[in-house]
Write a protein that binds this ligand. Structure first.
Ligand SMILES: *Cc1c(COP(=O)(O)O)cnc(C)c1O
Length: 419
């Protein structure tokens, strides 16, 4: 074999290894199988568009699962991260930074938190909820051993957050769970009232259960949770990891409810990993004292700079109103599509319930096949269950872009039925 052929063969082999098929094979050999097989290998993105390793383009209507608030590679966010990393990257929490202080103040302002409220930064939703779990343990001590969470809820994958998660199938392989967590039916005021007394440290709720199929709590439920917890002296913890930071068209889906603690993550950093626990009021903020909790990475300068840039983008680009307007248009257009039974959610967090497919058993719904057909047609969405699609696009997505998906949906439903 000549040298040039060797070089060409090596180049071919290298490009095969860098192709989607090559990379997915290497993925299977190198990565733990907890996510199954990834749907595509993505190499770059801009706005609401991402591109895969074979050059295929997709309209991203999922935004990294409600994360990329300003879309992909927003210049505001990339500049903030780039400048921060080039100036000062990691420092540990033995030190603080201007962006960390500014972000904490910003979150307290946006959450209309009372005097004495505080922020603890984390790197993820589950860590925010772990911090909330420890906060609850510190409230009432041995006299309040119980924490009440809701059926079908999702709070994360680490042990404390998992204990609060209301899906037995996710908890059972990892039992025994941290003690004291009980689940009651979601949205049922009387069930909650019956469960909550002076032995309860906290009640934890999502305003909209995202992973359970984008199911909003009924009107008045959060206010009832507030009244019941207040009467029993228990904390009300709201998990806004998915609903917070503008996703529903408000900074917080629980605005006006006055909870004791709020957890955030997903959209906060515009794609950079960061989460937060907001403790509201002086008394609650005093529950975790010096040395009782901590983190190495949490609240580092690049993450807090990314979050400040994301929040500034949402404010200065008027995205809360945009999310409400585009969300309403999108929800109405989806509801009018033949084969759609119901559209749930708020703002740009929407669940699309599909009509049952007569050809399938109810447990084998159409939604996963629609997700696959959508991907083939250049749309990224996901299914939270056999019959429910979830859309959570970038907050700055154009109306024209979301309507492109609505136009394609009848053909995607038809394609899914053939599979
Ligand atoms: C995604 C999510 C979490 C977990 O966040 P991670 O960053 O994946 O740990 C917790 N609560 C809710 C409501 C979520 O949607």
């Amino acid at each position: 074999m000549s040298e040039t052929t060797d070089a060409a063969d090596a180049a071919d082999a290298a490009s095969a290894e860098a192709s989607s098929q090559g990379l997915l094979g290497r993925y299977r050999d190198a990565l733990l199988g907890v996510f199954g097989t990834p749907q595509r290998v993505l190499v770059r993105g801009s706005g609401a568009t991402v591109v895969d390793a074979d050059g295929g383009e997709y309209l991203d209507l999922l935004a990294g699962i409600a994360v990329n608030a300003l879309g992909h590679a927003h210049p505001r966010v990339t500049a903030a991260i780039g400048e921060q990393v080039a100036t000062l990257g990691h420092i540990s929490n033995l030190f603080t930074s201007p962006s960390q202080v500014a972000l904490a103040e910003t979150l307290l302002r946006l959450s209309a938190s009372p005097e004495g409220s505080k922020v603890f930064f984390t790197n993820s939703g589950t860590e925010s909820n772990e911090a909330a779990f420890k906060l609850a343990r510190r409230h009432g001590g041995a006299a309040r051993p119980r924490i009440i969470a809701l059926d079908d809820s999702f709070h994360g994958r680490t042990m404390g957050a998992l204990a609060m998660t209301g899906k037995p199938a996710q908890r059972e392989p990892f039992e025994p769970m941290p003690a004291g967590v009980e689940h009651v039916p979601a949205g049922d005021v009387e069930a909650l009232r019956a469960a909550v007394d002076e032995t309860v440290a906290a009640v934890v709720v999502e305003p909209i259960q995202g992973e359970a199929g984008v199911r909003a709590m009924p009107e008045g439920y959060l206010a009832a949770v507030r009244a019941i917890t207040r009467e029993a002296g228990a904390l009300m913890i709201v998990d806004e990891v998915q609903t917070g930071v503008g996703r529903t068209g408000a900074w917080f889906a629980s605005a006006g409810v006055d909870p004791d603690a709020v957890t955030l993550a997903k959209g906060l950093g515009g794609g950079f990993p960061i989460g937060a626990l907001i403790t509201r009021g002086e008394e609650v903020s005093a529950l975790l004292a010096a040395g009782q909790h901590g983190t190495t990475f949490g609240g580092n300068p690049p993450a807090t700079a990314a979050a400040l840039a994301t929040i500034a983008g949402i404010e200065e680009e008027g995205l809360l109103a945009h999310v409400r307007a585009v969300g309403e248009t999108l929800a109405a257009a989806l509801a009018a599509v033949d084969g759609v039974a119901e559209v749930r959610g708020a703002g740009l967090l929407l669940g699309v319930e599909l009509q049952p497919d007569a050809q399938r058993a109810p447990a084998a719904g159409l939604a996963p096949a629609v997700v696959a057909a959508a991907l083939e047609a250049g749309f990224i969405i996901n299914a939270t269950g056999p019959t429910t699609l979830r859309l959570a696009p970038p907050l700055n997505i154009a109306e024209e872009q979301v309507l492109r998906f609505v136009e394609a949906l009848p053909a995607l439903l038809a394609a899914a039925k053939e599979n």
